[in-house]
Design a protein around this ligand. Structure first.
Ligand code: TYD
Ligand code: MG
Length: 456
């Protein structure tokens, strides 16, 4: 006798399962994200309820040299950089990002580049009609690319199409949240649908050796299941980020089974699609007004690539009981910590001031080395004196006020010199062989010496 399908409540944000409905997910703390879904595991005939006799699998050793990892260069240098040298056949890659950030554009360019190199690429779109995609391809100058296109959301139809077609090298599915399997009662975009669709696509990719690229929308309100719920099923997770007000788009790896996760890819959204940015520093510093108080250039490193970016601070007297602190592109806790350290160690208080800090160009800084540049910008703004325009800053500030060394010092210096900077304010600690660089170095050991070094 068939049991009535048991239902459960699944958080659309983190995928946590709970037997009862609640307003707030106990696992991730998001509100209104729990929806009722049929319990797939308990469904009769799903294979998991039956006890079957197992098959003996062959055990292998670690030392195996025969099959080295092959990677297919994508034709987009920035994407190759982030994935660690190209896409691996038989792997699954997830690109997450907010709607409108440019995921479909990037993947259309990727599929066209694949097809242009004589490989088979199939693009399944569940969001746009073929006419819309053709229009976009025309705008990108890719109308003649020999790629295959289909608009489909039913997972069985997609798998049937893939089984029928000659084995493709690349399969793009845009987006995973539009797919649905008939066997499941839940609506498209729910955790069980997204998981089931991903599972069958990943299985297909692994069996056939095709590279699978999935698009996953990130939504703040949890109306659809986010990429988080399938991150563990795929080999590589990339996030496409950026501010829609800016043209820059950053591709960042969150997980990569085939390489490092610290490289970033930089693109610029132009009228003819995403343009690769080989030298991001030039762009991030492009429209800098160097003579304004509160502006300092940070010599940063993302992965192995140096990137110079402007940090802007604005410190104004506050009319509020609790002064405002607002940060764009940096960790707000880090700013609070920095303000406390400057107050405690230098005696300069920001308690009566609103503090705004902005990383220009829409870049998000994740390393701790911007501390010194941020401190310089803050001190410059509160004293209303502009810093020398041809100077860059880097270094981490600890709670004791000591300035700690940062990694890749030489790479930072070289990039600064390349872009025409003359002076560098950097930590006193840390070995450094300046080589042939013509930069004037000022080394600071403690924040107490910072104001003096800045000439404020
Ligand atoms: P899209 O790739 O559709 O985003 P997603 O798939 O992540 O939702 O890109 C959407 C935005 O990109 C759209 O608002 C317009 C802009 N755009 C350009 O500026 N230039 C272009 O050449 C293209 C194709 C899009
Ligand atoms: Mg899209």
């Amino acid at each position: 006798m068939a049991r009535p399908a048991k239902s459960q409540f699944v958080c659309q944000n983190c995928g946590a399962v709970s037997p009862r409905w609640a307003g707030k997910c106990a696992a991730c703390g998001e509100w209104n994200t729990l929806t009722e879904e049929a319990d797939v595991v308990a469904a009769p005939g799903s294979g998991l309820t039956r006890t079957s006799k197992g098959r003996v699998v062959a055990l292998e050793t670690l030392a195996k040299t025969a099959d080295t990892l092959t990677r297919i260069p994508t034709g987009l240098a920035e994407l190759d950089r982030v994935t660690g040298g190209g896409i691996v056949p038989g792997s699954a890659l997830l690109i997450g990002g907010e709607p409108g950030i440019g995921k479909s554009t990037l993947l259309l360019q990727l599929a066209a580049a694949f097809a242009g190199a004589g490989r088979r690429a199939i693009y399944f779109s569940g969001e746009e009609a073929a006419a819309q995609i053709r229009l976009r391809a025309e705008r990108l100058g890719l109308s003649q690319a020999p790629m295959a296109l289909a608009c489909e959301t039913n997972i069985s139809n997609i798998l049937a199409t893939l089984a029928e077609a000659k084995r493709p090298d690349l399969v793009v599915v845009d987006s995973i949240q539009t797919l649905w399997a008939e066997a499941l009662e839940a609506a498209p975009g729910t955790v069980s649908q997204v998981r089931a669709a991903t599972q069958s696509l990943v299985r297909y990719a692994k069996a056939q050796g095709a590279a699978l690229v999935l698009v996953g929308h990130v939504t703040k309100d949890g109306q659809i299941a986010g990429p988080k719920v399938i991150e563990h099923m795929v080999d590589t997770v990339l996030y496409f980020e950026g501010d829609r007000g800016h043209a820059f788009r950053i591709l960042r790896a969150a997980k990569n089974r085939f390489g490092a996760t610290d490289e970033i890819g930089v693109f610029e959204m132009a009228s003819e699609g995403l343009r690769e940015v080989a030298n991001p520093s030039e762009l991030f510093l492009g429209d800098r007004l160097a003579t304004t108080p509160g502006s300092a250039v940070f010599a940063g490193v993302e992965g192995t690539r140096p990137i110079l970016v402007e940090i802007q601070a604005l410190v104004v007297p506050s009319g509020l009981g609790t002064p405002r602190r607002a940060v764009v592109g940096w960790d707000s806790n880090r700013l609070s910590m920095l303000l406390a350290v400057i107050d405690a160690r230098c005696g300069i208080s920001f308690a009566q001031h609103d503090v705004y800090l902005n990383v220009a160009g829409g870049l998000k800084l994740t390393e701790p080395a911007p501390d010194l540049a941020a401190a310089a910008a803050l001190l410059s703004s509160i004293s209303n004196v502009a810093l020398p325009p041809e100077r860059v800053y880097f270094g981490e500030i600890s709670l004791s006020g000591a300035v700690r060394p940062a990694g890749h010092m030489l790479a930072r210096l070289k990039e600064a010199q390349k872009l025409g900077f003359k002076q560098v304010l950097l930590p006193a600690a840390g070995e450094l062989d300046k080589g042939g660089l013509k930069l004037a170095l000022t080394r600071v050991a403690h924040v107490m010496g910072l104001a003096e070094a800045l000439g404020l």
